[in-house]
Design a protein around this ligand. Structure first.
Ligand code: SF4
Length: 180
């Protein structure tokens, strides 16, 4: 392969578990890492700007607030392939349980009853405004590959990464979330 594939990783409204699942590739990492150049990954390195010209962006987590939304829009503009990585990015996942409540109920519960730090005050300057609901990233941008699982299974991560490196469609089971 002439050039390394430029890869971005990001966590939106997720728990970092999808990032951790990459480590479950164990020795398979040695097969793929030499062909990758990780150019943006806040969990690894403090790079402020998302660079242009990313080949594959793995997006963990759904859209909970305006900051998440702006980030995924920028990622879409700057990336050839965007992967909804894990069930939170694919479907909303566990954070999607927040959709059982309105945004107002959610904020009032967290900042009026659950918080003991300035109870009753909803900070407006320090946190990005919440969206009305948690959304899968496909509700905001076009997604090229959905890789569900909580977290995605290591063999599916491996197949997806290798396939994207080789420029082919990943061969994934039609049932990669749960078995009968
Ligand atoms: Fe965490 Fe599961 Fe969501 Fe991945 S899909 S961010 S492991 S809760």
């Amino acid at each position: 392969m002439a050039d390394k594939v430029k890869v971005g990783l990001i966590q939106l409204c997720g728990c970092s578990g999808c990032h951790m699942s990459l480590l479950d590739l164990h020795e398979k990492l040695l097969d793929v890492l030499p062909n990758l150049e990780i150019v943006y990954a806040p969990i690894i390195a403090d790079v402020k700007e998302i660079p242009e010209g990313i080949d594959v962006f793995l997006v963990e987590g759904g859209i909970r607030n305006e900051h998440d939304k702006h980030l995924v829009e920028e990622i879409r503009e700057k990336s050839k392939i965007v992967v909804a990585w894990g069930s939170c990015a694919a479907f909303g996942g566990i954070p999607g349980l927040g959709n059982l409540y309105t945004k107002e109920e959610f904020l009032n519960t967290i900042y009026s009853t659950a918080s003991t730090d300035n109870p009753g005050e909803i900070p407006s300057e320090d946190i990005p405004p919440l969206e009305e609901e948690v959304k899968p990233i496909s509700k905001v941008v076009k997604v090229d590959l959905v890789l569900p699982g909580c977290p995605p299974r290591p063999e599916h991560n491996a197949e997806a990464i290798v396939a994207l490196l080789e420029g082919r469609e990943p061969q994934l089971s039609s049932k990669i979330v749960c078995d009968d």
